[in-house]
Design a protein. Structure first.
Length: 162
């Protein structure tokens, strides 16, 4: 078990309309200092597919894809004890303060990438912000029951949520 504090800032701007929350960055994401850095995570392929764009390769391309589509990214957990990248091992959670994103943008809809992020958002942040979050199936490779096509059908709501 290691105590991890979120190592990089949220991604949003004044034009962001939808916030997608993960739980906490994986080991690979922490190494890259950017969201969804594990090569097997389907997040970037999925967002590109939903918005009919090329799959971004660089961090700058990833940021541009999200900004063009008015999507903000952050995580529900600011710090916790965790073993590797295992959401199941998470203990001693300190939630992220999401108010700066909500107050500094046009975000009116929040979607959680998986049940873990939804669980912690619901427990710590939903009441304070007054915004319900919707749990979407995780893009993690651990969620092997969902292929990219099936994920795209479920995640289409983020496009409609803007």
């Amino acid at each position: 078990m290691s105590h991890i504090t979120h190592p990089f800032p949220p991604l949003f701007n004044k034009d962001s309309e939808v916030l997608i929350l993960g739980s906490l960055p994986s080991v690979k994401s922490r190494e890259q200092m950017f969201f969804y850095g594990h090569p097997q995570n389907r997040f970037w392929k999925l967002i590109a597919k939903i918005f009919d764009e090329e799959v971004p390769q660089t961090i700058e391309e990833k940021k541009a894809l999200l900004e063009r589509n008015h999507i903000a990214l952050w995580d529900a957990i600011y710090s916790c004890d965790i073993e590797g990248s295992s959401d199941a091992s998470i203990r001693n959670v300190t939630p992220t303060d999401l108010r700066p994103i909500i107050e500094g943008s046009k975000v009116k809809r929040i979607f959680c990438n998986g049940k873990t992020s939804w669980k912690y958002y619901h427990k710590y942040q939903e009441k304070e912000l007054g915004l319900e979050a919707f749990a979407l199936p995780s893009t993690s490779p651990a969620n092997a029951a969902w292929n990219l096509e099936r994920l795209a059908e479920a995640w289409q709501v983020i496009k409609e949520g803007r």
